[in-house]
Each structure stands twice: as structure tokens, then as C-alpha cells.
Design a protein around this ligand. Structure first.
Ligand code: HEM
Length: 476
């Protein structure tokens, strides 16, 4: 709804828009021929209102039925967009990064997140710095050392942060807090509650500004996002500068976090990466990791509460692992590797409620697809919502069934919660570890039952429980 509200404001404030709406709403006669079928929606508003009202999943599936199951045209965030759908649509986007399509960020996201990256060359430069770093730091071999840290943090969190047996708790804020703190610990070793607060306070409004109409006023999501983004970057700058100074004084020291690794990276000219670029990188990582992982973890708990037989299977698997450990011994990579059924449950959760909506790209050249032409420069969008509930790919798609992932699993390009190809989410192993380590601790400590039986998972742009997920907790 965040993207919808500012548009509504504009609609109410400008009588001019009424004029436009009444006299110019027609089927886009100025568009070139052979575009994919669809509509640009209302002037100025595009189809943002429809998207806000329907939620992404219904919006996408409704238009696939009405226009084409392969590709349709719409207008979102002020841009004409071709939405590529289904396995073939996903495939053409994922296998043509840098050939047919290139990443594209909506203006609001660029301004709030990286205001100094204005043209495409500096945008590319930002990506290059990031590319050097991401696969080294987020690959499994690098992440395995953090599993004991994750496990210890999960235990402390469940002990100290409001998870009380025999009580009803609201789970969503607890999991969100834990997920944010985990990132701050693993990315740059910030654990002090006051410092965490200086980051988490402005982080919320910054996120809300990322996908908003770019109107910079004090009360708009965008205006608030810009301000909050500056605060987050200023706080991150202090953290990065202090660490660089400490490393110069004391030498490299132990491998505490990803920041120490980033501070050692050099560019092509052999120079260390600037503080500003490192700050942009970590703010980007926080944004990319937080919502998607927190939302997936919340959804996982939701479905365990919804389906007691699934909970029992997960419990069996997790108890066997717990029993194989000495008291107080932390989980290891090998333990997580044994969590096969639990991971299939998480994968099924991400099929039913993908926690990242998909991404925008830009056509680098005219693209021919499914008999239509997507002209150079047009924005494109792919989304897991176009394939995850398709009965051709997933029989009885509404049924919660982790066994879909046994054996060879879903057909290529049908199951895409982390995207695919060159741009596939580099944080997917981190996300897997974060979800499974918390789940191990939660399930082996508590049984749980929904307080509000009719509570649902709601998918707007991301996925969240409709009432914040109230659960009764019981000890074993
Ligand atoms: C359940 C959790 C997560 C989901 C569902 C998810 C999903 C995605 C998706 C769909 C993309 C876009 C891929 C594309 O454009 O083709 C993406 C990109 C990205 N994700 Fe994740 N993600 C998750 C967690 C994380 C975490 C934990 C991190 C970091 C630690 C992370 C870092 C990134 C980054 C940096 C990108 C941009 C990659 C690029 O453009 O090259 N994500 N993610």
C-alpha cells in the first residue's frame, strides 16, 4: 500500500489529474505496434492503485488470464513495464542479464538508497564493487564460520527477548528484531542496543521510501525515506570509519564480520575501497537481506503453527540433531545439512508466499518474446508470483506440501524465490542458515498454537501475517 498512498495524495491534490483522467483515459494509441497486450492504466496513476488493492499475486495472475500467460504490459511507479511470466518468461530474463536486459532501479529506490549514483556508469561501478565482494563473503565456505554465532544469538534471543512459555506472544516484531540484529552482528559486529537503535530507528522509514512516488515533501513516504536514508548512512559511516581506523592501528585482527573482509578489498588500481562505497554496500545489503529473510522466517513459523503434522515432522528432525549435541554445543554446518525436511518446509513456504516480489530490469535492445516486441529502453519485471501457483508446474498449488521438493524437485525456472541466472540472490545461503538455525532453537524449545485461528499470510509487495502472528507458547 505504500506505493499506493502517495499516488492517492496526488490524485486528490491535483484537480488537473481529474481532467486528465476524464479526457485522456484511452487505450494508449501512441504506443508502438506489437507491444505485449495490457494497459497503461490511468494517467499519472498507472496501475499502482489496482496493484495496491489486489496485492501482487492476484494482480499478476489476473492479468495473465486477461492478456497473456507469457508477457503483458502495465504501468507501475511511473514507468511502462512488460511483465515476463511463467517458466519461459523467467528463463529469458535470467539467462540474458547483460545481453537483453540490465538491472534497473526505480527512481525512488535509487534516491533513497544511493543518492550519489545518478547515471548508469556510476550505477555499474557500484555493482562492480559489490560483485567483487558478494560471492566471496556470502558463499557457503565463508558463511559456515558464522553458524555457531547465529546459534548462540538465537538462544540468547529466545531466552531474553520476550518468548515466554505459557504466554501469548506477538511473533512478528520479535523475529524482525532478531533478524535485524543478526545482520548487524554478522555484517559489521554491532551488538550494542543503543547503537542498534540508532540504525533500526531510521531503517523503517528508509525502507518505506524505497518503492514510493518520488515526491520530496515532509509527509510523503519518499520525503521521509530520503531523510532516514541520510541518517542510516551517517551512522554506518561512523561504524566503517572507526573500524578502518582500528584496523590501521592494530592490524587485521580476527575475522569478526563481513566488514573486516570488505575493508581489505582493493579496486583495479590497488586502492582500498572508499568508505562511502562500503557504506552504500552495507546499507544495500541490510535492505536486501532484512525484509526478505524476516518475512520468510515469520511465514515459516506461521505455517508450522497452521499445520501441526508438519510441525511434528520438523520437531522429529530437529530433536534428533539436538540429541546428537553435547549440552551447550553450538550448531555446525554439518548439523544444518541434516535439516533436509525442515528446508523443504521453508522452500514450500517461499513457494506459497515468495518474500521478494521480483525485480525490474531494462531492455537493452528490442526483445522478441511470445510473438510480441518489447522495445529497447522499456522496463521489464519478472516475479515468482507468475509461476509459483501455476497448477501445470505445481499440482494442487494451494496445498502445503513440502514433498514437492523431494527427488529432482520442480522443473527449471518454475520455482524462483531467489531469482535465477547471473543475478540470482547471493544471500540465499545466508537466508537458509538464518531461517533454519532459528527454527531449530524455536521448535526444540516450544510447541505453539495460533491465538487468532483465522489469521492469514497476506502478500502485498512482501508477505506478512495479517495480525502480527500471535501465538500461545508451550514448553515441551
Ligand atoms: C528468504 C530470503 C531472501 C529472498 C527470498 C531473496 C530473494 C532475492 C531475489 C528474488 C533477488 C533478485 C534476483 C534477480 O534480480 O534476479 C535478490 C537479490 C539480492 N539479494 Fe536476496 N533474498 C533473500 C535474502 C537475502 C540475504 C540474506 C541477502 C544478504 C545477506 C541478500 C542479498 C541480495 C543481494 C545483494 C541481491 C542483489 C544481487 C544482484 O543484483 O546482483 N538476499 N534476492
Amino acid at each position: 500500500m505504500d506505493i499506493f498512498i502517495p499516488y492517492l495524495f496526488l490524485f486528490l491534490l491535483l484537480p488537473f489529474s481529474l481532467y486528465l483522467i476524464l479526457f485522456f483515459h484511452k487505450e494508449d494509441s501512441d504506443d508502438p505496434k506489437n507491444l505485449p497486450p495490457g494497459t497503461n492504466g490511468w494517467p499519472i496513476l498507472g496501475e499502482n492503485v489496482n496493484l495496491g488493492l489486489l496485492g501482487l499475486s492476484k494482480f499478476i495472475r489476473g492479468r495473465m488470464e486477461k492478456y497473456s500467460p507469457d508477457v503483458f504490459r502495465t504501468s507501475l511507479l511511473g514507468e511502462k513495464v512488460a511483465v515476463f511470466c511463467g517458466a519461459q518468461g523467467n528463463k529469458i530474463i535470467f539467462t540474458n542479464d547483460g545481453k537483453l536486459v540490465t538491472p534497473w532501479l526505480p527512481l525512488s529506490l535509487k534516491k533513497v538508497l544511493v543518492p550519489d549514483l545518478d547515471d548508469s556508469s556510476s550505477y555499474k561501478e557500484g555493482f562492480d564493487v559489490f560483485n567483487k565482494f558478494k560471492y566471496d563473503t556470502l558463499k557457503p565456505e565463508a558463511l559456515r564460520q558464522y553458524i555457531p554465532v547465529m546459534d548462540a544469538m538465537a538462544r540468547v534471543h529466545l531466552r531474553d527477548d520476550g518468548w515466554k512459555p505459557h504466554f501469548a506472544v506477538k511473533v512478528q516484531p520479535l523475529i524482525n528484531k532478531y533478524t535485524f540484529e543478526l545482520s548487524c552482528r554478522l555484517f559489521f559486529n554491532v551488538t550494542d542496543p543503543e547503537k542498534l537503535q540508532t540504525l533500526s530507528g531510521p531503517f523503517g522509514p528508509m525502507r518505506n521510501g524505497l518503492m514510493s512516488l518520488p515526491i520530496d515533501l515532509p509527509w510523503t513516504a519518499f520525503g521521509r525515506g530520503l531523510k532516514a536514508g541520510n541518517i542510516v548512512r551517517a551512522e554506518m559511516t561512523k561504524i566503517v570509519e572507526a573500524r578502518r581506523e582500528e584496523m590501521m592501528r592494530k592490524g587485521r585482527g580476527e575475522d569478526r564480520d563481513m566488514l573486516s573482509k570488505m575493508l581489505e578489498v582493493k579496486d583495479e588500481e590497488g586502492k582500498f575501497i572508499s568508505v562511502k562505497k562500503i557504506v552504500n554496500l552495507f546499507v544495500g545489503l541490510l535492505v536486501a537481506s532484512f525484509d526478505s529473510t524476516a518475512s520468510a522466517t515469520n511465514a515459516m513459523v506461521f505455517y508450522l503453527a497452521e499445520y501441526p503434522h508438519v510441525y511434528e515432522e520438523v520437531l522429529k528432525e530437529q530433536m534428533a540433531i539436538a540429541k546428537s549435541k553435547a549440552p551447550g554445543e553450538n550448531l555446525t554446518w554439518e548439523d544444518v545439512d541434516k535439516m533436509k525436511y525442515s528446508w523443504n518446509v521453508a522452500r514450500e513456504v517461499l513457494r506459497l508466499v515468495p518474500t521478494t516480489p521480483g525485480t525490474f530490469k531494462e531492455a537493452m535492445t528490442d526483445i522478441s518474446f511470445a510473438g510480441f516486441t518489447i522495445p529497447k529502453g522499456m522496463k521489464t519485471f519478472w516475479t515468482p508470483h507468475s509461476s509459483h501457483l501455476n497448477p501445470e508446474y505445481f499440482p494442487e498449488p494451494e496445498k502445503f506440501d513440502p514433498s514437492r521438493f523431494e527427488g529432482s524437485g520442480p522443473a527449471p525456472y518454475t520455482y524462483v524465490p531467489f531469482g535465477g541466472g547471473a543475478r540470482m540472490c547471493p544471500g540465499r545461503v545466508y537466508a537458509k542458515l538464518a531461517i533454519l538455525v532459528l527454527m531449530h532453537n524455536l521448535v526444540t524449545k516450544f510447541r505453539f498454537k495460533k491465538v487468532i485461528p483465522h489469521e492469514k499470510m497476506v502478500v502485498e509487495f512482501s508477505a506478512s501475517p495479517s495480525h502480527g502472528l500471535h501465538l500461545h507458547l508451550y514448553p515441551h
